[in-house]
Design a protein around this ligand. Structure first.
Ligand code: NAD
Ligand code: AKB
Length: 313
């Protein structure tokens, strides 16, 4: 296998703390450098503290280590983003420009850019296709839509091999989410396993696109390993796992924990969720790089409960 040096930004977050392990499994511990603005909770492999708004420090790490691939995960997510719109724009766009420029100037071969279902907003169907109109309602969604277009620009203008997924809400047992609107779907399992009731910040019938972490990792690796000529979407691929509402995830949990209870107290995140579609048409990802999710809601629930029960919550 060709020698790779992979840099992961935002590696201590919900996705990064899992993805970094997947990448180390594929490429070897020494070839993956985890970075984040905050220190990891447990030391596991190469880590460097890096604020990606600091272009010079990023460029230095890329050059010093002859980085060949960057997975740029650092961002402020939808719900937290609405608390500080200008900071969110500056962090999400500023960090991405720094990554794009470091990659372009210093010979990085591939970049992974995580987009989101948050790019969708008004004037779309409930199952938008790949080329649906983008009118995001949050600063987070606006930054992701802009980032998608910059990815396409850098590919066409400079030939930089940038690949991107519009992730749905990601659910996993390994890590906690960081300030999104779909976070309830992780928190609910933690409460259920602890034997506690759950208060949900969305209405019972708010159906959103979601994906289990194993499927999200599979899609990410599949996309990044696909042949360059098979990638026909250079903005960002629609990606779907499953769709469900708070009432439906509750019913699924109750199959395993019958006395689990939920109450509803919608807050500002309801408006964000209402701006997103309930389903996603990912037929182009399926066609281009053979994407298929493996997890249903009940299969995910069974695994989440089993894995969380092993932890000392
Ligand atoms: P997260 O909030 O859990 O993690 C983000 C990480 O970025 C954090 O560890 C944070 O410390 C770090 N960070 C923030 N600002 C930074 C900076 N200036 N420099 C360096 N690090 C910084 O987010 P996540 O859920 O792991 O998401 C990772 C990426 O995937 C994000 O770009 C997000 O938009 C995208 N995404 C996530 C989901 C999801 O459901 N988790 C869905 C769609 C897209
Ligand atoms: C969020 O809710 O902000 C994220 C996302 C879907 O991008 N989980």
């Amino acid at each position: 296998m060709k020698r790779e040096c992979i840099l992961v930004t935002g590696a201590n977050g919900q996705i990064g703390s899992v993805l970094t392990g997947y990448l180390r499994g594929i490429y070897g511990d020494d070839q993956v450098i985890a970075t984040d603005i905050r220190e990891p909770e447990t030391a596991a492999g190469r880590f460097e503290k890096l604020d990606v708004t600091d272009a010079a420090s990023l460029a230095q790490i890329v050059s010093k280590n002859k980085v060949t691939q960057v997975y740029h995960l650092a961002a402020i997510l939808s719900a937290r983003g609405e608390q500080e719109p200008m900071k969110t724009w500056q962090v999400n766009m500023g960090t991405y420009f720094n990554v794009l420029e470091a990659a372009r100037e210093r010979g990085v071969e591939k970049v992974f850019y995580p987009s989101s279902i948050a790019v969708f907003g008004a004037h779309i169907s409930n199952e938008p296709g790949q080329w649906a109109y983008l009118e995001p309602a949050t600063v987070y969604g606006i930054s992701k839509a802009a980032g998608e277009n910059w990815s396409d620009y850098y590919f066409k203008r400079y030939g930089l091999d940038i690949r991107s997924l519009r992730y749905p809400g990601i659910i996993g047992h390994q890590s906690m989410p960081g300030g999104g609107t779909t976070d309830y779907a992780v928190d609910i399992y933690h409460k259920a396993v602890k034997g506690e009731a759950f208060e949900c910040f969305l209405n019972p019938d708010t159906t959103l696109p979601m994906i289990y972490i194993s499927d999200a990792m599979d899609a990410t690796i599949r996309l990044m390993e696909a042949a360059r000529e098979d990638i026909t979407v250079r903005t960002s691929y629609n990606l779907a796992g499953m769709s469900f509402s708070p009432a439906e995830i509750t019913a699924s949990i109750q199959k395993f924990i019958p006395d689990f209870t939920i109450t509803y107290n919608p807050d500002f995140r309801q408006k964000i969720a209402d701006s997103w579609p309930s389903h996603i048409d990912d037929s182009i990802a399926r066609k281009d790089w053979s994407w298929r999710p493996s997890y249903t809601l009940d299969k995910m629930t069974e695994e989440m409960i089993r894995e969380l029960r092993k932890k000392d919550l």
